[in-house]
Design a protein around this ligand. Structure first.
Ligand code: UDP
Length: 377
């Protein structure tokens, strides 16, 4: 564990990008990863039916960031994949994001044009100049009935909080459409890596200047590290300061309990992801992985997602209280020299994948700008 220039805690997006960038500069990089695999929550594998499956939930790459798109294309061949999600609402199946079909199906309307849909939204929405929370954000766009049917209970199941207890930004992740577009995302680039994310991470980390220690908890080995130039920490920021007497308040995270069922049938559902926004079941959604990339198999497996308090932290919980607690940790983090906090858990930000790539690339550029050309974006 000696003679490394750069030490990185965590082999997810942030850690792997920084490792790749520093290794390319000729630095010796050590990655310390607690889990028994690389790729963080993007980790995927072929299951018993030969279906490429994500261990920690579906990961759909989408971006408008040319620089990030160029960057990820160096490490994988990507095929276009427009993600679509449907939701079971009452006894009906509708597209989410809300679009013309959603409204016509649920309300037996006969909306045909964008203008008619805009009129419907205008009649039904409850306007807020500047939505202060998730509830106001949804009411402002679609009004109370759709809020109750599609957002209120899903959010409670996902966060154990109602939308009013969360920042507007959480609910604003999903657009509302005045047309028939049923894609989940609107970005220019929407794609999946051929052969999966794990393979892409192997390529990102292929430089022989990078050494990866799996199954290793940084906090158990930190005394054995020699001198280094910089340390990048990508885990939960409050864990880093677990022994700091001044920082006692814990940050909230949400985890997911993934319950997999192997089924002796070709398909279970008509789409990769089906959301259950009602109260009648406890899970938020069911993912059938074989739909991604139209994988063929006689059998299938499905994964029900139950969001829970305990377990590995996946989601920061964006609201004012947690932001205040995070600010205390951040102030402590800023006092450290040559230690950098990067990524979703260390920055306590609900980054999408492309934002995590961008964040790591920007940090690298900011630190090393003297020697390097910026990856544009
Ligand atoms: N959401 C909802 N109903 C849905 C889908 C999403 O209320 O059918 C809300 C919910 O609060 C969720 C947020 O919108 O946490 C963002 O959804 P997204 O699909 O982006 O969540 P992720 O895929 O990151 O879990």
């Amino acid at each position: 564990m000696k003679n490394f220039n750069i030490v990185i805690i965590g082999a997810g997006i942030s850690g792997s990008v920084l490792a790749e960038r520093y290794a390319a500069m000729g630095k010796k990089v050590l990655i310390i990863e607690k889990r028994d695999h690389i790729a963080g929550n993007c980790f995927d594998f072929y299951d018993d039916n030969g279906i490429l499956t994500s261990k920690y939930g579906a990961h759909l790459f989408h971006t408008n960031d040319e620089g990030v798109w160029d960057y990820v294309n160096q490490f994988a061949d990507w095929y276009p994949w427009s993600h679509r999600v449907i939701a079971r609402v009452d006894d009906k199946t509708v597209p989410i994001p809300v679009n013309i079909t959603t409204v016509n199906t649920l309300f037996r309307t006969n909306i045909k044009t964008e203008t008619e849909m805009q009129d419907w939204l205008e009649k039904n929405r409850i306007p807020f100049d500047q939505p202060q929370n998730g509830e106001e954000a949804v009411l402002n766009k679609v009004g109370e009935v759709l809020y109750n049917k599609m957002f209120k209970h899903y959010t409670k199941k996902q966060w154990d909080k109602y939308p009013a207890e969360l920042h507007a930004s959480v609910l604003e992740r999903i657009p509302v459409r005045d047309n028939y577009d049923d894609r989940y995302f609107s970005d220019t680039y929407q794609a999946l890596p051929k052969g999966g994310y794990t393979k892409m991470f192997e390529n990102i980390l292929a430089n022989p200047n990078i050494i990866i220690l799996l199954n290793t908890d940084y906090f158990e080995v930190q005394d054995q590290l020699g001198e280094y130039e910089k340390l990048f920490y990508t885990g939960p920021i409050d864990r880093f300061f677990q022994f700091n007497e001044n920082l006692k308040e814990k940050l909230e995270y949400r985890s997911i309990n993934f319950v997999t069922e192997q089924l002796d049938q070709e398909y279970f559902q008509e789409n990769s992801v089906v959301n259950y926004p009602g109260e009648e079941v406890d899970f938020t959604r069911i993912v059938e992985y074989k739909h991604f990339g139209n994988q063929q198999s006689e059998k299938t497996s499905i994964v029900k997602e139950y969001t829970v308090d305990e377990g590995e932290p996946y989601y920061p919980v964006p609201n004012d209280k947690n932001q205040e607690i995070y600010a205390q940790y951040k102030a402590e983090a800023d006092k450290l020299t040559d230690v950098y906090f990067v990524g979703r858990l260390a920055n306590y930000k609900y980054f999408n994948m492309d934002q995590a790539f961008r964040n790591a690339l920007d940090l690298f550029f900011d630190l090393e700008r003297k020697d390097n050309v910026k990856v544009s974006g």
